[in-house]
Every structure is written in structure tokens, then in C-alpha cells.
Write a protein that binds this ligand. Structure first.
Ligand SMILES: *[C@@H]1O[C@H](CO)[C@@H](O)[C@H](O)[C@H]1NC(C)=O
Ligand SMILES: *[C@@H]1O[C@H](CO)[C@@H](O)[C@H](O)[C@H]1NC(C)=O
Ligand SMILES: *[C@@H]1O[C@H](CO)[C@@H](O)[C@H](O)[C@H]1NC(C)=O
Ligand SMILES: *[C@@H]1O[C@H](CO)[C@@H](O)[C@H](O)[C@H]1NC(C)=O
Length: 825
């Protein structure tokens, strides 16, 4: 994540450049008439000859008309004004000098981006006094930047980033008074930034990052009043950040990370009212965080980590309402207040770790997904705000002084680290261990508190079970292993936390019980399962999924209820099925999310293959929607919550898993509901890791009625296929039935006039609460965006999940008057 923001900015710059390129493209007629000398076939032949001799153009269709070749643009007189070649030539032709630039006397823009070119920047370029744009970025150019480039006084865009250039930035650049963009990042440039550059008031974008630049940032930087982006990160700049920085009122992105800057953050920063991203991490900045930062109403990213800031986090920071990611970690901040940042309405990621914060966690947590408060001095209890209703994914509270009891809602978090605190594991622990909830709490959460390498159990799942023909042979390997890990965990705790010694001794001696609570010790569990289902009697069957039937089994002894997905015999003998089975197991063991069905274990037997899942009391969403009584119980609020849960599960799979996991078969039958009617996405049988090395080509995917239209002509499955299917299920949830024809007719104007209220499930009364109505409008708007026939136009699941989490202003129209058309924006 470190460079996330900054990379994002480079992309922005490239977008801006692409835009400028287009502008240049629009200019030729003007240029052509004003600058081209009268048509002179000899120099036009010269230009063609130079292009041919470079060897870079070899797929031209019309040899005598080079103006029609790829990447060439001529003026009306037929002279080349714009070269924008980006196809790398064969290795032996990559020397930049291969193109005789002197042949092009009317050249206006030279764009040789990403061609793998080698050699030094040709001095001849310096003779094109008309040159307005010079893009040589993403090549392997070496040597220093010619000082003569300072003669190209019409130059507006100069882009040399991502090369191997050395030496100084020429001080002659002070003459480039028309320069708007200068991008020199990712080279080996050294020495100070020439002082004259800070006088080029036309500059909009400056990127000198990732070089070896030294010296100080002068106060004259304040003259660049038009500047939009300034990247000086990853250099060796020293001295202070001058207070004139506050004059850069147009600046949007400002990065100074990884330098040697000292002194204070100037309070004038508060005047940079357009700032959206500010990175100052890894410097030697000291003093307090100025409260003027609260004036930055557009600021989204703030990284001040790895400095020596002290004092408390100013309350005013809560006024920086656009904040999304804030990193103040590794400083010397004190004080008890965490809330100012957590109050920001869009904040998703907050890192305050490695400071000296004290006090208790009292603040209201709304949309924060990733919160790191570790290595501080927080005390008090964990308030019940981190439960299943928050969107929190990742919570690190390790190395604090928190007390009180843990409660089971915490187990819904995919990642939680509570190690090195003073929690109270009091007497009711044994009691809790007997409830199924606590079992998975113990398995997923307690272990991950202390086992940094929890993935070590995955290879155990992948271990090839001994395949024998013996009818007695069967495997149920997962759970002894969990037991083993528990043992390791318990012994780790035992040796590290003396306060728990007596308690843990008791647990260790009872480890046999721990296994049997789970019913996970091999043979017994298998026998139990056969007994509990009377050898898979149909009366225990609760549904039929893609790969087999699902049974409900109440295990004798503990009374725990699990769902067993028994796989069809035929399929279990099919080798490709076997692969899919292992796939499902592997993926599910890696996934932990509050809206994804847990896999407890699996069983291979010569007679049976089955998966043991967390039991979902209410069955599938499809089932509930198709039962009039149960559908009524599923009121609007519950339906919206189900859709949000699904969105979060899919967003987690697409964006938080590495590599991303595509579900491929999102349907209402694959969304299961627990006793509280909360949604859990299930059935990863067809999902495959989106491995960059393997193609995503596939033969059969998905379920008719939910499959994205592009799969009719391409066999490549992307995340956007899941987005489409999600859109179908979201509409289905609110309509109470599959949307069917509605989807294909969305582009018809007659369909667009349908009123939203007429689409909604008629078994429920129309929403009465404004919040319900607003939520429905919001969900349908997003669902329609997900159903775009162009995959690229669909939002990502992350965007959907974030959108659903944000609050939207109420619709100006009364609910009964809203039509589909108004939601298709
Ligand atoms: C802030 O900067 C540090 C150091 O460069 C980096 O490790 C961290 O990921 C950054 N924080 C965010 C939120 O991007
Ligand atoms: C080459 O381009 C010229 C000008 O556009 C055109 O008149 C001629 O027919 C083209 N020749 C071929 C072989 O396409
Ligand atoms: C942790 O809290 C306990 C009880 O409130 C207190 O006695 C102890 O000094 C605290 N430890 C630290 C390091 O703050
Ligand atoms: C939990 O936090 C501690 C201390 O910060 C760290 O050492 C440990 O690796 C973390 N555990 C996991 C599972 O991330």
C-alpha cells in the first residue's frame, strides 16, 4: 500500500498526458497552415526515408503514403508534425538514434513512449524550435539530459520518467517558460533542483520522485501558483518545508515521502484548499499536527507516518470530511482522543499504530474497514461497536492495555489481532466453549491472534490423503489438525502469558474434550455423521446444489448442527471433479469473512465425499423468496442488509484476496441465510483463483439467468461477471422473483417508464420509512449499473460495497413517482 497513493497519482498524470496528447492531435490543421512551408516533395521524401530507415515501421499498408502509417500525423502540406509510435521495434533496432530526427523539420510532438529504446537523448532534438511535446518515458535511455534542451522554448510537455538517466537536471530548463508538465521520475538524477525551475509559473505537473536529488526546497516554490501536482518523494531532499507552500492553492497531490526533511509541518498547509493527497511519510518532521489541516475539505489521503510528530491529534481534523485513508503511525503522538479521525464520514483505513495514545476506545465507528491501533497505551474494554453490524474487516489492537471480556461478535471480523493486552478470560470460557459459536470463535479467531502464519494449515488441507480401495479407509484430516494447532496455540500462550497458566493447564489436560466438541476426531465424526443422517436418508436432505445434495446433521453428543454437502458419486469419480473439489476446499480455507459460509472440514471415503459446512438455519435466499410466509418476514431492511452482505463478501473476494477470487456462480440459491436472516455467500465449487499466469478461459460457468452477456461470445471470466450476477440477485431480492425479461428490455424506453414501486415484491407493503425508501432507490440504482451490458461500465464490487455503505441524500421525488429511467444514470 505504501506507494498506492503515489502510483495512483502517476496514473493520473498519464491520464492528463493522454488528454494533452489529444489536444495536440487537434492542433495539426492550425499548425499545418501556419507553419508548414509550401509543399516540397523532396523534404517529404526525406521524412519518409527517415521513417523507413529507422526500421520501426514495418506493417504499413501503403508504402508511398507514410502519413497514413500507424503513429504518424502530417499537416496539410504532407509533412510529419506528430510522431507517436509506441510499438517496440526488434531488439537490434532499439537505439534511439535509429530515427534520424533531423529529417523532420516541422515536428511538433515527438512521442516515443514505451518503445524499449536505448542510447542517449539525441542532441539533434534540440534543433526543433517548434517542438511542443517530447515524451521519451518508459525506455532505457542513459546518459545525462542535454543542457541544449533549454533552447526548446515552445516546449509544454517534457516527459522522461522511467529511464536510466543520470547527472543533473539542466539549469537551462529555466528558459522553458511555456512548460506545463515536467516528469522526470524513476531515473538516477542527482544534485539540487535548479532554482530557476521554481519560476516557471505555467507549470501544472511536476514529478521528480524516485531520483537521488539533494538540496533544499526553496521558498520560491510558492510562485508556482497554478501547480496541480508536485511529486518530490523518494529523493534525498533536506531542510524544512517552507511556509510559502501555502501559496500553492491549486495543488491537488503533494508527495514528499521518503526524504530527509526536518522542521515542522507549516500551518499554511491549511490554505491548500484543493489538496486531495498529502504524503510526508518517512522524513524527520517534528512538532504537532497543525489544526489547520482541518481546513482541507477535499483531502482524501494523508500519510504522516514514520516521523517524530508529537502532541495530540487535533480535534479539527474531523473537519477534513473527505478523508479516506489516514496514516499517522510511527510517531510520538499522545492524548486520549481517537475519535476525530474516525468521525470522518468516508474514512476507510486508519493507522495510528506505534504512538503513545492512551485512554479508551469510545468513538463511534462507522465506515472504517481497516483500523490499526496497535502498539499504543489504550485501556478499557472493547466497546460493542466492532460487531457484525460494522463494516470493519481488519482490526489490530495488539500491544495495548485493553481489559474486559471478549464477546463472540468479534469473531465475525475476518482479521482481528488482540494479542498482548490484558483481557479477562474468566470462568465462563468453558461454558462458551460448549456452544458452536464459540467453536468457530476458537478456531478462527483465537488461533489467528497468536499464529502469525495461520496459512500453515492450508498445506495440510492440500496434503494428498492416502487413497486406498479398502472399505475401511477414509479421511477426515482437517480437524485433528485444527486440534493440533489449538494445542500449539495453547502451549504458546501457556509459555508466554503466565496469568493464564492455571486456566490453560486445565484446558490442555482436557484437549480430548476440545476435539470432541468439534466432533472432529476422525472416525468418531465420520460414524456420527452417518448415524446423524441415517446414512444420508432423504429426510435429512435440505437442498440440492450444483454438485450434490445438502443434508442437515445434528451430531450426537455436542448437539452441534452442521450442513453436509454430499457430492454425487458420479462426480466424485470424475478426475476433473476431484480437482474442483480440492479447489473448493483450498479456497474456502483461505477465506474468512462474516458474509461467507465457513467450511469446517471435509471427508473423503470410497463411498462418499462430503464437505462439512457451517449450518445456515434459514436455507437459501431463493428458498425464502419463494415461500410466501418467509418472504414476508424478509422485510425491506433485511433485504437491503442481505444485499449489502453479499456485496461485502464479493468485494472481499475480488479485492482483498490475493490473487483475487471470482465466484462465477452468484445466484440466489448460493446465498444462504442464518437464523437472523443474514446473508452468507456459498458454493465456491466453480471458483478458480485468478492467477495471472493462467488464463481464465473456462467451458461451463454460471447458472442460466445470472450469466453476464459477454460470456456468450467470450469464455473469459472476470470479476465483472460476478458484478453482473450480483446485479441480478440484488434486483431479485427486492422484486421477490427473478427479474427475467426485465433485464434484456432495460434499454427499451417502454421499460424505462416502469415505476420502481411496481417492480417491488408485492407481498410487502411499500416502504414507509424514508430510510427504507432511500435504501431501495440506492440499491436499485447500483443493481442497474451492475447490469450494464458492457463489462467495463459496470462498477467494481468494491465500489458497490462502498457505495452501499455510504449514506445518500434522499431522492427529490416522492417514492411512488420514481421510474426505472430515473435510476439508470
Ligand atoms: C504511509 O507510508 C508508509 C511508509 O511509506 C507506508 O508503509 C504506509 O503503507 C502508508 N500508508 C497508507 C495508508 O498508504
Ligand atoms: C495509398 O494512399 C493513397 C492516398 O490515400 C491512395 O490514393 C492509394 O489508393 C493508396 N494505395 C493503396 C494500395 O491502398
Ligand atoms: C495496564 O492497566 C493496569 C490496570 O489498569 C495498570 O495497572 C497498568 O499499569 C497498565 N499498564 C500500562 C503499561 O499502562
Ligand atoms: C498480532 O500482533 C502481534 C503484535 O503486533 C504480532 O507480532 C503478530 O504477528 C500479529 N498476529 C497476526 C496473526 O497477525
Amino acid at each position: 500500500m505504501a506507494n498506492c497513493v503515489c502510483r495512483l497519482l502517476v496514473v493520473n498524470c498519464m491520464l492528463i498526458m493522454a488528454f494533452y496528447n489529444m489536444m495536440v492531435l487537434l492542433l495539426p490543421s492550425v499548425v499545418g497552415t501556419s507553419m508548414a512551408p509550401s509543399s516540397n516533395s523532396s523534404f517529404i521524401n526525406e521524412e519518409r526515408k527517415a521513417l523507413l530507415e529507422s526500421g520501426w515501421w514495418n506493417d504499413y499498408r501503403n508504402i508511398s503514403h507514410h502519413c497514413e502509417w500507424y503513429g504518424i500525423l502530417c499537416n496539410e502540406a504532407g509533412s510529419v508534425i506528430h510522431i507517436y509510435m509506441d510499438i517496440p521495434p526488434p531488439k537490434e533496432l532499439r537505439l534511439i538514434q535509429n530515427l534520424k530526427v533531423t529529417a523532420f523539420s516541422n515536428l511538433y510532438s515527438l512521442d516515443l513512449y514505451g518503445m524499449g529504446l536505448t542510447g542517449n537523448i539525441p542532441l539533434e532534438i534540440c534543433t526543433f524550435t517548434n517542438l511542443s511535446a517530447l515524451y521519451l518515458n518508459h525506455n532505457h535511455l542513459q546518459g545525462s539530459i542535454p543542457v541544449q534542451l533549454g533552447n526548446l522554448t515552445r516546449l509544454k510537455y517534457l516527459s522522461f520518467y522511467n529511464n536510466s538517466l543520470t547527472g543533473f537536471i539542466p539549469s537551462t530548463f529555466r528558459k522553458l517558460v511555456n512548460l506545463t508538465s515536467i516528469l522526470l521520475s524513476f531515473n538516477h538524477l542527482e544534485g539540487p533542483i535548479p532554482i530557476g525551475l521554481w519560476n516557471l509559473t505555467e507549470l501544472l505537473d511536476v514529478d521528480f520522485s524516485n531520483n537521488l536529488l539533494t538540496g533544499e526546497i526553496p521558498s520560491s516554490l510558492g510562485q508556482l501558483k497554478n501547480l496541480l501536482s508536485l511529486h518530490l518523494d523518494s529523493n534525498k531532499l533536506e531542510g524544512i518545508l517552507p511556509m510559502e507552500v501555502g501559496n500553492l492553492t491549486q495543488l491537488k497531490t503533494f508527495s514528499l515521502s521518503h526524504n530527509l526533511l526536518t522542521g515542522l509541518i507549516p500551518s499554511t498547509l491549511g490554505q491548500m484548499e484543493n489538496l486531495t493527497s498529502f504524503c510526508l511519510d518517512f522524513n524527520h518532521i517534528t512538532g504537532p499536527i497543525p489544526r489547520e489541516l482541518g481546513n482541507l475539505r477535499l483531502l482524501k489521503y494523508l500519510n504522516l507516518s514514520h516521523n517524530s510528530l508529537f502532541g495530540s491529534i487535533p480535534l479539527e481534523i474531523a473537519n477534513a470530511i473527505s478523508l479516506v485513508e489516514v496514516d499517522l503511525s510511527h510517531n510520538n503522538l499522545t492524548g486520549s482522543i481517537l475519535s476525530p479521525i474516525l468521525k470522518c464520514p468516508y474514512v476507510e483505513k486508519v493507522d495510528l499504530s506505534y504512538n503513545f495514545l492512551n485512554g479508551s476506545i469510545t468513538s463511534e465507528i462507522t465506515c472504517v474497514e481497516n483500523l490499526n491501533l496497535s502498539h499504543n497505551f489504550l485501556n478499557g474494554i472493547i466497546p460493542p461497536i466492532f460487531g457484525i453490524y460494522s463494516v470493519l474487516h481488519k482490526l489490530d489492537l495488539s500491544y495495548n492495555n485493553l481489559t474486559g471480556k471478549l464477546y463472540k461478535d468479534l469473531a465475525h471480523l475476518p482479521y482481528i489481532n488482540l494479542s498482548y493486552n490484558s483481557f479477562d478470560f474468566s470462568s465462563d470460557l468453558d461454558l462458551k466453549l460448549k456452544t458452536p459459536d464459540y467453536c468457530y470463535f476458537a478456531k478462527d479467531t483465537l488461533i489467528s491472534y497468536h499464529m502469525p502464519n495461520f496459512t500453515s494449515c492450508h498445506f495440510l488441507y492440500q496434503t494428498n490423503p492416502p487413497q486406498t480401495r479398502n472399505s475401511k479407509a477414509f479421511m477426515l484430516i482437517a480437524l485433528p489438525i485444527v486440534g493440533f494447532i489449538l494445542l500449539v496455540f495453547l502451549s504458546t500462550v501457556y509459555f508466554t502469558r503466565s496469568t493464564f497458566n492455571s486456566k490453560l493447564k486445565g484446558m490442555l489436560t482436557k484437549n480430548g474434550d476440545l476435539f470432541s466438541i468439534w466432533n472432529y476426531d476422525g472416525k468418531i465424526a465420520f460414524d456420527d455423521i452417518i448415524k446423524a443422517t441415517e446414512d444420508f436418508d432423504i429426510k435429512y436432505c435440505i437442498g440440492t446444489g450444483g454438485y450434490g445434495s445438502v443434508y442437515r446433521a445434528q451430531l450426537p453428543g455436542s448437539g452441534n448442527i452442521v450442513a453436509l454437502k454430499k457430492l454425487h458419486q458420479m462426480e466424485s469419480q470424475n478426475p476433473s471433479f476431484d480437482r474442483s473439489f480440492r479447489n473448493e476446499v483450498k479456497m474456502l480455507t483461505e477465506i474468512r469473512h462474516k458474509n461467507i459460509v465457513r467450511l469446517h472440514g471435509y471427508c473423503l471415503h470410497n463411498r462418499y465425499m462430503f464437505l462439512i459446512y457451517q449450518y445456515m438455519e434459514r436455507g437459501s435466499l431463493f428458498y425464502v423468496l419463494n415461500n410466501d410466509v418467509e418472504a414476508e418476514e424478509l422485510n425491506w431492511t433485511k433485504r437491503v442488509t442481505i444485499i449489502k452482505g453479499m456485496a461485502q463478501a464479493l468485494s472481499y473476494m475480488h479485492h482483498d484476496c490475493n490473487p483475487p477470487i471470482i465466484h462465477r456462480d452468484v445466484t440466489s440459491s448460493n446465498v444462504l441465510l442464518n437464523s437472523k436472516l443474514e446473508a452468507f455467500v456459498s458454493d465456491f465449487g466453480t471458483a478458480r483463483l485468478l492467477d495471472p499466469d493462467s488464463s481464465n478461459q473456462t467451458l461451463v460457468v454460471g447458472t442460466y439467468g445470472y450469466i453476464a452477456p459477454e460470456l456468450a461470445y467470450t469464455l473469459t471470466v472476470t470479476e465483472k461477471c460476478d458484478v453482473y450476477s450480483f446485479g441480478v440477485v440484488a434486483l431479485e431480492t427486492l422484486m421477490g422473483r427473478h427479474p427475467g425479461e426485465l433485464i434484456s428490455s432495460l434499454s427499451n424506453s417502454s421499460t424505462q417508464h416502469i415505476l420502481l414501486k411496481d417492480l417491488l415484491d408485492s407481498r410487502l407493503l411499500l416502504p414507509v420509512l424514508p430510510k427504507e425508501a432511500q435504501d431501495i432507490v440506492h440499491v436499485v440504482t447500483l443493481a442497474l449499473a451492475c447490469l450494464c451490458s458492457k463489462p467495463k461500465s459496470r462498477p467494481s464490487m468494491q465500489q458497490v460495497a462502498q457505495e452501499l455503505c455510504s449514506s445518500k441524500p434522499p431522492s427529490p421525488l416522492p417514492f411512488p413517482e420514481i421510474s426505472i429511467n430515473q435510476l439508470m444514470t
